[in-house]
Design a protein around this ligand. Structure first.
Ligand code: SF4
Length: 65
């Protein structure tokens, strides 16, 4: 089963780093306060998602196994 990524929204500070790294997966919400996961099929996006997880300054993103 493909892995999914989750953002803990209450911890996200809206820095947009994940959106810059992985725009096909992450987008800012309409308020610009949080990033959202825009797709469930991460095929071909695993590397940039991992990079986004590693670089998130507040560590609010993680894989769901
Ligand atoms: S990198 Fe982390 S804190 Fe920054 S917008 Fe993405 S999920 Fe939020």
């Amino acid at each position: 089963m493909p892995r999914q990524v989750e953002i803990v929204l209450e911890d996200c500070i809206g820095c947009q780093a994940c959106v810059d790294l992985c725009p096909l997966v992450f987008q800012m919400d309409s308020t610009g306060d949080h990033a959202l996961v825009m797709r469930s099929d991460l095929t071909g996006q695993e590397e940039c998602v991992q990079q986004a997880i590693d670089d998130c300054p507040v560590h609010c993103m993680h894989w769901l196994e």
